[in-house]
Design a protein around this ligand. Sequence first.
Ligand code: ADP
Ligand code: ASP
Ligand code: MG
Length: 252
Amino acid sequence: MNIIVMKYGGTSVASIEKLKNIVNIVSKEVKKNKVIVVLSAMAGETNKLQSYLDHFISQNSIESDLVLTSGEQVTIGLLSLALKNNEIKSIPLLGWQIPIITDDNHEKAKILHIDNKRIHKYFENNDVIVLAGFQGITLDGKITSLGRGGSDTTAVAIASSVEAERCDIYTDVDGVFTTDPNIDENAKKISKMSYEEMLEMASTGAKVLHTRSVELAMKNNLTLQVLSSLTNETGTFIVDEKELIEKEIVSG
Ligand code: ADP
Ligand code: ASP
Ligand code: MG
């Protein structure tokens, strides 16, 4: 049984129409594989939750993480319903239900361990697991979040844990570009790049991927593809440097 991990960011889950579009993508994949779909909250939702917290002294607290992680509960519930309405066997799960164990650094928690036994158990009766991104739980039962943009890291961590066949990061642009395509109209799409190149880009402020997700992918040698949820185009592959060098030698 092959497992595919697909992560959808905020703009890709921002409306019921967009959720239905994800059902279309998933329905093709479940013919061949089991699928873990990792979701963000709807675009703007986590900012809205943060603005409520801004009325209090709340930083890095049990409460701030409880509030900040709530947007993902809505999207996984809705997508799982949409899948079931289309005869696809699906189960929605929050971070603690896996569980995804983290340290207790609220608002910037690090994943320590993922127990994947339940994932395999749920796949006995389901074809899709819809998992909330961005959240985890401490060993003593406190909800944590992984830092803004952290759903990418949830996707990479779960993909590494179950040794997924692929980890596709769906977003609102066609891949990783030389510069932000929403700012620079001359930006060029990169077809393949190394983890190191992606990390270098992130360090100069391009926050197309959560930095920790790239570090984790590099550590586990997991190939990532960044692609658009709205076009059918191949995205950008982020791979081991050795693979890139070998390709260059062959094509040269
Ligand atoms: P998501 O909500 O899907 O996680 P993000 O907003 O975190 O999406 O990341 C995608 C955004 O990253 C794009 O809309 C784009 O504006 C921005 N971005 C910044 N630099 C780059 C780059 N070099 N290549 C592609 N996108 C970039
Ligand atoms: N919803 C969270 C955020 O907006 C996590 C994510 O989207 O990756 O930061
Ligand atoms: Mg993001």
